[in-house]
Ligand binder design. Structure first.
Ligand code: TA6
Length: 303
């Protein structure tokens, strides 16, 4: 579903001159771009999809594929897709869109607000005839992306219906990295994970994660911070999670990337996904009227 307002209308209502503008992005899709002294950043209304965050003292942190589709109804490859209300396939319907419908929905831009050296963009979407095709529940989802020295992401889910519901969620963040063979991910030592490359076999993480083949893992009961150590880029990226009890780590490796039409053959080397999430047994149950907010805050330090 396309955005109901034109880019000109959104720009007239929400832009903050010299700080944040609503412009036409790739594929004609509207996006909010911000340029302040702390950082530059951008978020598409399509999927409420962050596609860039470049802190002032660092290079771009977010990977986006040059082969990505940019069209209504298809997910952007890279950036920060929002997976909701299920993760991967929908168990009872193989035809349902992988990772849910939030990332292929056009969200409503609610507001852009400027704070002291940060810009907050708030978008929302709610149950409607399109969502009910796949999921019967009544809900409202609000997403706040705060661009500054840190990148703040906040996904707020509200059960607006009259019965309890259960959902999965993930902020499927594609981190831009120097080289997959030379990075390490810390903060998950001792955690149990389900290995999706091996029928979700339960495994035990010892030490840091290093990448020597395809990795597709859901780390369970992990609420602590994750560090992405990237010597080639000379930086450490930290993801601080709140109300997120699973962490998915993914790199498709050569074979996986080659099977994707929307990723160039060598791009798997430049990306690693670390996903604040609540999936599988950690799916969230909400009673009528209840809310749940998952947060991820990302910051960069020089090594
Ligand atoms: O987060 C990991 C994962 O679920 C993998 O299993 C892999 O399929 C990936 O996401 C990408 O999914 P997508 O639907 O965007 O191709």
């Amino acid at each position: 579903m396309k955005s109901e307002k034109t880019v000109e209308e959104l720009q007239a209502t929400h832009s903050i001159p010299g700080v944040a503008e609503v412009v036409i992005g790739n594929g004609g899709l509207p996006k909010v771009v911000t340029q302040i002294s702390a950082c530059s950043g951008e978020i598409y209304l399509h999927g409420a999809h962050v596609t860039s965050w470049e802190p002032a003292d660092s290079e771009e942190t977010i990977f986006v594929s040059k082969e990505s589709h940019w069209e209504d109804g298809r997910a952007i490859r890279g950036g920060i897709p929002i997976c909701f209300p299920w993760f991967r396939n929908k168990a009872d319907n193989p035809k349902a869109p992988q990772h849910g419908f939030a990332r292929i929905t056009s969200w409503t831009l609610n507001s852009i607000t400027a704070g002291s050296d940060e810009v907050k963009v708030e978008l929302s979407t709610a149950s409607n005839a399109d969502s009910r095709v796949w999921w019967p529940e009544d809900f409202k989802l609000t997403y706040r992306a705060t661009f500054g020295k840190t990148l703040g992401l906040e996904l707020e889910m509200h059960n607006t219906g009259s019965s309890s519901l259960r959902f999965e969620e993930a902020l499927h963040t594609y981190h831009r990295i120097g080289n997959i063979g030379n990075i390490r991910i810390g903060g998950l030592d001792g955690a149990t994970y389900l290995d999706n490359t091996d029928s979700n076999k339960s495994c035990y993480q010892q030490g840091e994660i290093e990448f020597t083949s395809q990795v597709d893992r859901a780390y369970l009961g992990t609420d602590h911070s994750i560090q992405l150590l990237d010597p080639p880029m000379g930086r450490r990226v930290t993801v601080v999670k709140t109300n997120s009890l699973t962490t998915v780590v993914w790199n498709p490796w050569k074979e996986g990337a080659h099977s994707m039409s929307d990723m160039a053959d060598d791009e798997w080397i430049q990306m690693a996904c670390i996903e604040a999430s609540n999936i599988r047994d950690f799916a969230i149950e909400l009673q009528p009227g209840q809310q749940h907010t998952m947060r991820a805050t990302i910051f960069v330090e020089k090594l």
